[in-house]
Design a protein around this ligand. Structure first.
Ligand SMILES: C[S@@+](CC[C@H](N)C(=O)[O-])C[C@H]1O[C@@H](n2cnc3c(N)ncnc32)[C@H](O)[C@@H]1O
Length: 302
C-alpha cells in the first residue's frame, strides 16, 4: 500500500518552515553579533546537526520540537562563546575525508588541503608516503583516500591526538587499512631507521606546530586547539628545523616534501632546507589569501 500523501499546507503557510526560518534568523543574528563569520551558514549547519539531517535536507524537516529547539539554541550559545564549530558537531571535513575531532586534537584547516592538492600528481605514482605531525590523520587519510596503491605512515606524539588518529584510521575502511600509526617524535633523527623507512619514502606531507609563541590567536583557536599542536617556539621553527633532517633521511632520491609554515617564516623554512644540503627545487607557495603558506622540495644527491 502506498503511504498517505502528505497534507499540503494552505498556500502561504508552512508552520514547520516558519519555525525553522525564525530559529535560523535568531541564531544567525546571535552568531553575527558574537563576531562569527558566515553566521547564516553556521546556523544552518548547527540546526542540521541538531536534527540529524544533511544541511541540504533541512528544508524537508517537518517538525522542530521544543527539545530540539532548546538543544539548537544551546549549541548557538556555545558557538557564540567561540567553541569551534567542529567541536560542536564532532566532525571535520578534509580532502574528501570525514574525520572525528574534539578536545585534544587540532582541527584540520582548509589551507592544509593545498598540500594534498600539490602532492596529487606524485601520489598517483607513489608507493610509500609519510604524514609527520599527523593530528587527527587529516593528511594521512587524505593521501590514502586519493591513491589506492599507497601505504601511509602517520607519525604523532600527543597521547590525546593519537586517540583521535587511531579512531579515524579505524573508521576509514579500506583506506584506513593502508595507514600505519606511529607514536613517535618527528624530530628524532633515528626515526627513519626505527620505522624501517630510511630512503624509502616517495612523499612526505607535514603540517607541524609552527606559530611563534609571541603571536596572539583568535578566540576560536586559543584554548581549544592543543598548545603542542600550535606553537613552534619563539621563532616558529622549533619542530621544523630538526624535522627537516628527518625528512631528508626518509625520502628516496627524487622523493618530494610539502611543509606548511607560519606566514612569517617562509624565508627561515627555505634557509633550513638549503642548510640541509639534500634538497633541490625548494619552492615557496602562497595560500588562497596570498599569504606564504608552504614550502616544497625534492630530495637529491644521496
Ligand atoms: C598543527 S597540528 C597538525 C595536525 C594535522 N596534520 C592537521 O593538519 O590537521 C600539529 C600536530 O603535531 C603534533 N606534534 C607536535 N610536536 C610533535 C613532535 N615532536 N612529534 C610528533 N608530533 C608532534 C601535535 O600533537 C599536533 O597533533
Amino acid at each position: 500500500m502506498s503511504p498517505e500523501p502528505a497534507t499540503p499546507h494552505p498556500v502561504g503557510t508552512d508552520p514547520a518552515g516558519e519555525q525553522r526560518r525564525s530559529l535560523l534568523a535568531v541564531a544567525t543574528r546571535t552568531l553575527a553579533a558574537a563576531g562569527i563569520d558566515s553566521a547564516a551558514a553556521e546556523a544552518s549547519l548547527l540546526l542540521a546537526h541538531t536534527l540529524g539531517v544533511e544541511p541540504g535536507r533541512l528544508i524537508l524537516v517537518d517538525v522542530v520540537d521544543s527539545e530540539m529547539s532548546r538543544s539548537f539554541l544551546d549549541l548557538v550559545a556555545r558557538r557564540s562563546a567561540h567553541t569551534p564549530l567542529q567541536h560542536l558537531t564532532g566532525r571535520a571535513h578534509f580532502g574528501g575525508v570525514d574525520l572525528a575531532v574534539g578536545p585534544g586534537v587540532f582541527i584540520p584547516r582548509p589551507e592544509t588541503e593545498l598540500l594534498l592538492e600539490w602532492a596529487a600528481p606524485s601520489l598517483t605514482a607513489a608507493s610509500v608516503a609519510v604524514d609527520l605531525c599527523s593530528g587527527s590523520g587529516a593528511l594521512a587519510l587524505g593521501m590514502a583516500a586519493s591513491a589506492r596503491q599507497l601505504r601511509v605512515h602517520a607519525v604523532e606524539n600527543s597521547a590525546s591526538a593519537l586517540e583521535w588518529l587511531r579512531r579515524n584510521v579505524s573508521e576509514a575502511g579500506e583506506a584506513g587499512e593502508r595507514v600505519a600509526v606511529h607514536d613517535a617524535d618527528v624530530t628524532d633523527r633515528e626515526l627513519p631507521v626505527r620505522l624501517g623507512l630510511h630512503g624509502a619514502v616517495d612523499v612526505v606531507l607535514t603540517n607541524p606546530p609552527y606559530i611563534p609563541v609571541t603571536d596572539e590567536l583568535p578566540a576560536d583557536v586559543e584554548g581549544h586547539d592543543p598548545h603542542e599542536a600550535l606553537f613552534g617556539g619563539g621563532d616558529g621553527m622549533a619542530v621544523i628545523t630538526p624535522m627537516i633532517g628527518v625528512i631528508a633521511d626518509l625520502l628516496r632520491d627524487g622523493g618530494v616534501v610539502a611543509l606548511e609554515h607560519d606566514d612569517s617564516t617562509a624565508h627561515a623554512v627555505i634557509a633550513a632546507f638549503a642548510a640541509e644540503g639534500a634538497f633541490a627545487d625548494v619552492t615557496a607557495h602562497r595560500d588562497l589569501a596570498g599569504r606564504p603558506r608552504f614550502v616544497t622540495a625534492r630530495r637529491t644527491g644521496r
